[in-house]
Write a new protein. Structure first.
Length: 275
């Protein structure tokens, strides 16, 4: 009997840990993309290791900007500009924020990349020192198995990211992918749901108090009442998700330290102050 109790306790704790680390799907719109043509180092002068079909000192020109849902491109011998020129000498830059769907060690996979890449990820509390950084572009190559970046991330937390692509000549592709054994058995393209051009704007929330759902402040947290099966999430003012559950019926208390929070129920949202 004692063994049964021990087994049940273990199973309960495993199930609890799994539930607390369920995949948190975001509502991202993608990343801001910049596309430059004529050289491979944006608006800076190239070094001497670049090929000799353009004058030394050539500087790239920005052609356009657009929001990209993901980074998964197969340009082949073409380019992002849909013109008839050869594919040599262009570069791309994608910037924004990433919402970690689970707590764990992430491997960012840049192995399907031609010719070079640059990648950094920052904690929002320290934008001077990246959590992880890697790049390969001084000596040209492509599709290297060692082009991976490992970093520990927390579920529901936003991180700033920047990814760059360098194309020298002959064939081009870029695939920003990841792997985390908390939710995946294989490498996959980082999905749009987890990529944001901007952090959630706390000034753009709606007022739910006239709806059936009521959000009130209480000692050490908030109380959300009138729920009818909607998903619920709470994030702080820097965009980190501090609570999520779905679906929820009736009422749910959420313990929180003092501060200002955004509560989202379904498509509605509101701000609440915990004193």
């Amino acid at each position: 009997m004692k063994r049964i109790y021990v087994l049940l306790a273990v199973l309960f704790s495993v199930g609890l840990s799994y539930a607390q680390n369920d995949y948190l799907t975001g509502e991202g719109d993608g990343l801001n993309g910049e596309y430059w043509k004529g050289a491979t180092n944006f608006d800076e002068i190239e070094g001497s290791d670049f090929w000799n079909k353009r004058p030394q000192g050539t500087v790239a020109v920005k052609m356009f900007e657009r929001v990209e849902p993901t980074i998964d491109f197969e340009w082949g011998d073409g380019n992002p500009f849909d013109d008839t020129n050869e594919d040599f000498a262009f570069c791309c830059k994608w910037k924004g924020y990433l919402l970690a769907p689970a707590t764990g060690t992430y491997t960012f996979d840049m192995t399907h990349w031609d010719d070079g890449f640059w990648f950094s990820i920052w904690d929002l509390s320290d934008l001077d020192s990246p959590l992880a950084h890697d790049e390969y572009w001084n000596t040209w190559g492509w599709d290297k198995p060692e082009w991976i970046v490992d970093v520990d991330l927390e579920r529901g937390k936003f991180y700033k990211i920047e990814v760059r692509h360098y194309e020298n000549e002959f064939g081009s592709h870029a695939r920003f992918a990841w792997y985390c054994d908390e939710f995946s058995t294989m490498t996959e393209v980082v999905p749009q749901s987890q990529l944001y051009t901007q952090l959630p704007d706390p000034t753009s929330v709606n007022n739910m108090q006239s709806e059936s759902v009521q959000v009130t402040s209480k000692d050490n947290g908030i109380l959300i009442k009138g729920l009818n099966g909607e998903p619920v999430s709470v994030c702080n003012m820097v965009g980190s998700v501090v609570y999520s559950a779905q679906p929820v019926v009736n009422a749910v208390p959420v313990n929180l330290p003092a501060g200002l929070y955004i509560v989202k129920v379904g498509t509605k949202s509101t701000k609440v102050l915990v004193k």
